[in-house]
Design a binder for this molecule. Sequence first.
Ligand code: ADP
Ligand code: ZN
Length: 214
Amino acid sequence: MHLILMGAPGSGKGSYAAVLKEHYRVPHISTGEIFRDAIEKKTPMGLIAKTYIDKGNLVPDDITNEIVKERLKQKDCENGFLLDGYPRTIAQAESLTKILDELGITLDAAVNLEVDDDLIVRRIVNRRSCPKCGKGYNLITYPPKKEGICDVCNTPLFTRKDDNEETVTSRLDVYNKQTRPLVDYYDKLGKLVSIDSNGTIEDTVKDIIKTLEA
Ligand code: ADP
Ligand code: ZN
């Protein structure tokens, strides 16, 4: 299964990806995760990416396209992948189409997750994650059993630096201007699958799988 997960910040891409990668047994490629990892390790690319991410802007296309291109050439992507948070601009989508062409890969679907704006902000400011195992939580809908501590590995949870109300507003703005046009792009390619993502993780994942396998 060669899949793209699209949607506004807070639409649940990462949460669904965690389930879908097990279901389809494919690597989960999140450009946001790749950037956060590079920032943590203070690599030259990470230092550049940080200046954009902290402001709620997109990392430039040339950097992002190159990272994904190298990642998709790895052997584990031969039988499928789950792209989460990429592409995010038309230029990235065009670059991806070209890479897939070169690799002889046919995209199965671009899943677009639709969420109401007020829910997005509420989801993001209440989002917490585990720095060790990566598990995601939401203080209201998916709280950890012990306050501030990961259920799986007992590590203190953290809040992403870009998950604050000011940055969320600019991320939503960037999403509407630069990423939303991709819905049309993939619709024209006949790859678009739209999913209502206002409900629970469990229901939405079931809906995605059911729709893809219909
Ligand atoms: P979210 O979907 O909640 O915004 P991500 O982890 O996907 O979270 O992305 C976090 C940040 O990383 C984005 O706000 C953006 O600055 C940067 N980023 C991630 N993917 C891309 C991309 N494909 N192109 C440019 N910037 C990206
Ligand atoms: Zn953990």
